[in-house]
Design a protein around this ligand. Structure first.
Ligand code: PEP
Ligand code: MG
Length: 616
């Protein structure tokens, strides 16, 4: 019986394959619940795509000289949950400059390996063997030198040594393909197979396949290892894992070809203070060429005037230094309105690094525990929430309950594949049918609330029934402030009804924008539509402020832009929660603003987001 939450997914599967290949035996697996199989247990691709889910019964068959030994060893491994221990998220540190401008040599990553210069010889199989050996050495070194990511490289090694895949590659080479072409084709097919699996977490493992594919291709064509240090990273898209693990003290910035500013990779990079620009498109950038960008003005240049860029960097450093000096003072506008400026927290370090934050307006719990294979216990959650509160000197923290689904799969909560995940079981909706994880989380939140000021808020709420259900699950409030996120247009329009029994609402402009403009926040083709300053979005925010009858906060990324923050305050929002490095800048901008002078009527009537920008 498979006990692992995601079934025999890539990493437990990798351990099983590694074990099987150490014995002189042929081992097969059959999923008795689906009837799939038998498949070769010495091949990671076969085992992972057998797709044996949690609770499935799997029959193991073995033949050969060490058949009984291998069966005993597999039994032991299965009893130990295939070694699928919970892992603790390695906290990425901030360390970025916190600026919105950068200059440096271009480091191109993830854009595939250029095979055009490769000349096939008469010993392609020999070249392939040498490349596999070199790749294996690299991976073993990475496994041994980075224990926090070690099991990723164990899985990569198993993919590299997959017998079935190797046979397919060798077959293609014998049929006349060059080694790189054969390798690329077979691994592309394998990635496609992973992408077709039901479980979102398993589908993401296609990234592992592509990483192994490119490692071997680089060796075959003699390209150097990608080193995202000491330059500006140019990437097609930015995933949260990459954003979380980059060495922020060394890279100068990140330039993302895809547009869009609310993907979770972008949010993580910003919270770490890494200079970042999105939407540079397919400009031609050569590795090593000097590039510069200014995210504030939206400019991206190859071979820029370096003196001018350095002058802008100095200006922004001064601006930041001044803002940081006054960060701990409240943000009081020139017309006397106090706006609370808080920090969005994804990892405890965000709270530690925050300067001047009046608390946290959004703790993204699904990010905080996103690296876990198994659900955190109540005690573990209490510990993490306490650490955040302590880092913020016991100022109020707003803990958002699990917001999963959409582009955020949780390893320990498998979800069925959906045709439109952003319109499917997301946020609070996930727990109506299986409330256990939510109940544990609410218990942890209630416990921490007895020690320090805590607010709880529920994401992705649409109906009054959902609010009633959530309040029922929460039980007695005992001083806990309770709110919901307003990120669905229906919730914005009927906020008066939804907020009747609440203490506050917090507008999630990232999702409110995606749902109002019908533009998927992860789809770069429509990213220009998903603009938080679209007057339609602003009209909904205005409606919420006028009708909620309770405190209105904004915790979406619009609140991280100093200019937009002033407009939100002028619309009547009294609490803004921003990414950490922006908190002092948002406060500084608010102090310079006279909200009574902002023509909000003109903004709400504007033709489009560009006109709104002109008015600011
Ligand atoms: C939002 O949607 O604006 C929000 C803050 O939540 P998330 O970005 O985590 O979906
Ligand atoms: Mg959201």
């Amino acid at each position: 019986m498979v006990g692992n939450e995601h079934g025999l997914h890539a990493r437990p599967a990798a351990r099983l394959v590694g074990l099987v290949n150490g014995f002189d035996a042929v081992v097969t697996l059959t999923d008795l619940d689906t009837g799939r199989g038998p498949v070769d247990a010495g091949s990671l691709s076969m085992v992972a795509t057998l797709n044996a889910q949690q609770g499935h019964r799997v029959r193991v068959g073995a033949s050969g000289p060490q058949a009984s030994e291998v069966l005993a060893a597999i039994e032991k491994l299965a009893a130990a949950g295939f070694g699928d221990e919970p892992t603790v998220q390695a906290a990425p540190t901030a360390g970025g400059s916190g600026l919105d401008v950068a200059i440096g040599p271009a480091v191109l990553v993830g854009s595939g390996v250029d095979l055009s210069g490769y000349v096939a010889g008469d010993n392609e199989l020999g070249r392939l063997d040498d490349a596999l050996e070199a790749a294996g050495e690299q991976l073993r070194e990475l496994r041994d030198t980075t224990p926090e990511h070690g099991d990723i490289f164990v899985a990569h090694l198993a993919l590299l040594e997959d017998r079935k895949v190797l046979t397919a590659v060798e077959h293609a080479v014998s049929g006349g393909s060059s080694a790189p072409t054969a390798w690329q084709d077979v691994y592309d097919d394998l990635a496609t197979t992973f992408e077709g699996l039901d479980d979102a977490y398993q589908r993401e493992r296609a990234q592992d396949v592509r990483a192994v594919r490119d490692r071997v291709l680089r060796i075959l064509v003699g390209a150097t290892e990608e080193s995202p240090a000491d330059g500006i990273l140019v990437v097609p898209e930015l995933d949260a894992a990459t954003a979380a693990t980059l060495d922020a003290t060394r890279i100068a910035g990140i330039a993302v070809r895809a547009a869009g500013t609310t993907g979770h990779g972008v949010i993580v990079a910003r919270s770490r203070g890494i200079p970042l620009i999105t939407g540079i498109g397919d400009v031609d950038v050569r590795p090593g060429a000097t590039i510069a960008f200014d995210a504030r003005t939206g400019s991206f240049e190859v071979a820029p005037d370096e003196d001018r860029v350095q002058a802008t960097i100095r200006e922004r450093q001064n601006e930041r230094a001044q803002a940081v000096t006054r960060a701990d003072e409240p943000a009081i506008t020139r017309d006397g309105k106090t706006i609370d400026v808080l920090v969005n927290v994804g990892v405890v370090q965000d709270a530690v690094d925050a300067q001047g934050a009046d608390g946290s307006g959004l703790v993204r719990t699904e990010v905080l525990f996103g690296d876990r294979r198994t659900a955190p216990t109540v005690d573990e959650q209490v510990e993490a929430f306490r650490a955040i509160a302590r880092a913020l000197e016991n100022r109020p923290i707003t803990i958002r309950t699990w917001d999963i689904g959409g582009d955020k799969p949780l390893p320990f909560l498998p979800q069925a594949k959906e045709a439109n995940p952003f319109l499917g079981e997301r946020g609070l909706r996930v727990f109506r049918r299986r409330p256990e994880l939510l109940r544990d989380q609410l218990e942890a939140i209630r416990r921490v609330a007895t020690e320090t000021p805590v607010h709880v808020m529920f994401p992705m709420v649409t109906t009054a029934d959902e609010v009633a259900w959530a309040l029922d699950e929460l039980g007695p409030r005992d001083g806990l402030e309770v709110g919901i996120m307003v990120e669905v247009p229906a919730a914005a329009l009927r906020v008066a009804t939804l907020a009747e029994d609440l203490d506050f609402v917090s507008i999630g402009t990232n999702d409110l924008t995606q749902y109002t403009t019908a533009a998927d926040r992860t789809n770069t083709a429509v990213a220009s539509l998903a603009d938080g300053l679209d007057p339609a979005v602003l009209q909904l925010i205005d409606h919420v402020v006028r009708n909620a009858g309770v405190r209105v906060a904004v915790c979406g990324d619009l609140a991280s832009s100093p200019q937009a923050a002033v407009l939100l305050a002028a619309l009547g929002v009294t609490e803004l929660s921003a990414v950490g490095p922006q908190v002092p800048l948002v406060k500084a901008q608010l102090r310079q603003a006279d909200l009574s002078q902002i023509d909000t009527a003109a903004v709400l009537k504007a033709r489009d987001a560009d006109q709104v920008r002109g008015l600011l």
